[in-house]
Design a protein around this ligand. Structure first.
Ligand SMILES: Cc1cc2nc3c(=O)[nH]c(=O)nc-3n(C[C@H](O)[C@H](O)[C@H](O)COP(=O)(O)OP(=O)(O)OC[C@H]3O[C@@H](n4cnc5c(N)ncnc54)[C@H](O)[C@@H]3O)c2cc1C
Length: 510
C-alpha cells in the first residue's frame, strides 16, 4: 500500500467530491518508481468508481495523465506526487472531474481566452514548498484551456533529464521546451509572464483612496485591516501578496500560534484582508511616489497612477546578493537562495553556504542531511549564529566551517563547479570544487524606487518615527523596509497597525 491509513481516509473524503468520471492513463515499466506509480493509480481507482485506469505509453515512463473520458486534458505527473505534491494530485483529480477551481471568474475567462499552444513542464522536488503553487496553477490552466498542457516532473526521479536541462533549482518551468521561469509563481503571475496583456483601465480610473498601502506582506496586510476597520477607503497594492512568508517554511514564533507554515499564514492574511472592504491590487509594482497638493500619487509599472490622501509603505525586503562574479550568471544553475526548495537537487554532492548568521547556519544544518558535504564560509573571524545553532552545526560530521573567508568568485562553465575565496588572515587565494552555492547573507530593503523622495538611511531603510511617520507628511512606513532594528513577522504586523492608526489620525487632523 503506497498511501498510509491517515492519508487514505482524507483522500476518501475528497474523492466523494468528484463530479464526473475521469480516466488515468499510466505508463509504467519495471523499475521501482513505475511500481509505485502503478500502485498509486490502482489504489486511487479502488477508492472511487469514478476513476478508471488505462495502461498506455506516454512520453515519459513512469508517468500518468489525468483525463476525462474521450478528452485528454494535458495534465501529467512524471513521478509519484506524494509529499508536498499530494495536494496537487488531489486538486487535479477534482478539477478534472468537473469541480470548478477556486479562482476568480475574471482569471478563468482570461485563461479560456488564451490562444495558441502552450506546453509547460515543471521540475519539482517533493520537499519543495514553493512547487505545488506552480504545479497547481499550471494544472488549472490545462483543465480550462485545451491549448495548454502541463507535466510535473520529479527531478529526483528524472535526475538525468534534470541535469541535461541544467535544472538546479525547483520549481523550474519550461514552456514549449524553453526556460520560462523559476521560483514560486501564482496563476496571475504566470499569466502576466506569458505576456497576456493586462487591462489597466480599471486601475487607472480608481477613485482616490484615504489610505493606500504599498506592499502586501505581514506589515501591509495588518495596515490594510487596521485602516479598513476605521471605515475609510483603503487600497493595497502588492507585487506579490504574502511577501517573504511565501518563501518561509516553519514559523514557531508567531505568538499565539505554536507552529505554522509561511504559505498557510499568507493565505490566512489574504482571507483576513478580504473580510474587509479593501481594494486588493495584486501583481502591481509601484515605481514612483510623489506628493502633490491634494493627494499623494503612486505610479505603477503598468502605467496606472493611484491617488491617495495617505500612503503606507510596506515593501519589505529581499535576499541580499553577494555581488561577486558568477553569482548572477549561475543563478538557478547552482547558485541558490532557498535550501528547503533546492537542497534535494544537490543530494550526494558538495555545496557551500555563504554566511554564518542564523539563516546561513540553519541552511547548512538542513543541507548536511541531504548533500555529501557542506562548507560554510564566514567573512568575519567568528560565526554570528546563536550558540545552540553553532553547537548543532559543529556536531555534524560532513560540515567544514571556514572563517575569515572573503568570497571572490563563483566559478563554472554552464553550471557552478566551484568557489574561490581569499583567506583574510593570510591573503592566500583558495578554490573549492563543488556543485552548489547557497547565499545566506541577509536582506536588502525594497526601497530603491523611493530614491530622492522618502528619507532613507545608509542601507536604504525608510526612516520612521515612533508613529511610523516618514519625512513626507501623510506618508507612513512599516515592516522590514523601515529602519526598525528587528525584522520579524509579529514586529512587522505591529508596525503596520501603528502606521494605519497614525494615518487615520493624520486624516482626522487634516
Ligand atoms: C526564509 C525566511 C524565514 C523567516 N522566518 C521567520 C520566522 O520564523 N519568524 C518571523 O517572525 N520572521 C521570519 N522571517 C522574517 C519575516 O518573513 C519578515 O520579517 C516579514 O515577512 C516582513 O514583513 P513585511 O510585510 O515588512 O515585508 P515582506 O514580507 O517582505 O512583504 C513585502 C511586500 O511588498 C511587496 N513589494 C515589494 N516591492 C514592491 C513595490 N515596488 N510595489 C508593490 N509592492 C512591492 C512584496 O511583493 C510583498 O508583498 C523570515 C524571513 C525569511 C526570508
Amino acid at each position: 500500500m503506497i498511501l498510509d491509513a491517515d492519508i487514505k481516509a482524507q483522500l476518501a473524503q475528497y474523492l466523494q467530491l468528484m463530479e464526473g468520471d475521469i480516466v488515468i492513463k499510466v505508463s509504467a515499466g519495471t523499475d521501482e518508481t513505475s511500481r509505485d506509480t502503478l500502485a498509486l493509480v490502482e489504489e486511487l481507482a479502488s477508492m472511487s468508481p469514478k476513476i478508471k485506469v488505462e495502461k498506455v505509453q506516454l512520453n515519459r515512463t513512469p508517468s500518468f495523465s489525468i483525463n476525462r473520458p474521450g478528452e485528454d486534458l494535458g495534465i501529467t505527473f512524471a513521478g509519484v506526487p506524494l509529499g508536498h505534491e499530494f495536494t496537487s494530485l488531489v486538486l487535479a483529480l477534482l478539477q478534472a472531474s468537473g469541480r470548478p477551481p477556486k479562482v476568480d471568474q475574471k482569471v478563468i475567462d482570461q485563461i479560456k481566452n488564451i490562444k495558441g499552444e502552450y506546453h509547460f513542464e515543471t521540475f519539482v522536488s517533493l520537499s519543495c514548498h514553493n512547487c505545488p503553487d506552480v504545479v497547481q496553477a499550471l494544472n488549472v490552466m490545462s483543465v480550462l484551456n485545451p491549448g495548454i498542457t502541463h507535466t510535473m516532473i520529479d527531478g529526483a526521479v528524472y535526475k538525468e533529464e534534470a541535469e541535461k536541462r541544467n535544472v538546479m533549482a525547483v520549481p523550474t518551468v519550461f514552456l514549449n521546451g524553453e526556460p520560462f521561469g523559476g521560483g514560486r509563481m501564482s496563476l496571475e503571475e504566470i499569466i502576466a509572464k506569458m505576456g497576456i496583456e493586462q487591462d489597466i483601465s480599471e486601475l487607472a480610473n480608481k477613485e482616490p483612496f484615504d489610505v493606500l498601502v504599498v506592499g502586501g506582506g505581514p506589515a501591509g496586510a495588518s495596515a490594510a485591516i487596521y485602516a479598513a476597520r476605521k471605515g475609510i477607503r483603503t487600497g493595497i497594492v502588492a507585487e506579490r501578496f504574502g511577501g517573504q512568508i511565501l518563501d518561509t517554511l516553519g514559523i514557531e514564533n508567531f505568538i499565539g500560534v505554536k507552529y505554522t507554515e509561511g504559505p498557510k499564514l499568507a493565505a490566512s492574511l489574504e482571507e483576513h484582508v478580504k473580510e474587509y472592504n479593501v481594494d486588493i491590487m495584486n501583481l502591481q509594482r509601484a515605481k514612483r511616489l510623489e506628493k502633490k497638493d491634494d493627494f499623494i500619487e503612486v505610479e505603477l509599472e503598468s502605467g496606472a497612477v493611484l491617488k491617495s490622501k495617505t500612503v503606507i509603505l510596506s515593501t519589505g525586503a529581499r535576499w541580499r546578493n553577494i555581488g561577486v562574479p558568477g553569482e548572477s550568471e549561475f543563478k538557478t544553475k547552482g547558485v541558490a537562495y532557498c535550501p528547503h526548495c533546492d537542497g534535494p537537487l544537490f543530494a550526494g554532492k558538495d555545496v557551500a553556504v555563504i554566511g554564518g548568521g542564523n539563516s546561513g547556519v540553519e541552511a547548512a544544518i538542513d543541507l548536511a542531511g541531504i548533500v555529501n558535504h557542506v562548507t560554510v564560509l564566514e567573512f568575519m573571524p567568528e560565526l554570528k549564529a546563536d550558540t545552540v545553532l553553532q553547537e548543532r552545526l559543529y556536531s555534524l560530521p560532513n560540515v567544514t566551517v571556514i572563517k575569515n573567508a572573503q568570497t571572490k568568485e563563483i566559478t563554472g562553465t554552464d553550471k557552478v563547479n566551484g568557489i574561490t575565496y581569499i583567506d583574510r588572515e593570510t591573503g592566500e587565494e583558495k578554490h573549492i570544487e563543488l556543485a552548489g552555492v547557497f547565499v545566506q547573507i541577509g536582506l536588502v530593503p525594497n526601497t530603491e524606487w523611493l530614491e530622492g523622495t522618502v528619507e532613507r538611511n545608509r542601507i536604504g531603510e525608510i526612516m520612521i518615527d515612533k508613529r511610523g511617520a516618514t519625512n513626507i507628511p501623510g506618508v507612513f512606513a512599516a515592516g522590514d523596509c523601515t529602519d526598525s532594528p528587528y525584522k520579524q513577522i509579529i514586529i512587522s504586523m505591529g508596525s503596520g497597525a501603528t502606521a494605519a492608526l497614525s494615518a487615520f489620525d493624520y486624516l482626522i487632523r487634516n
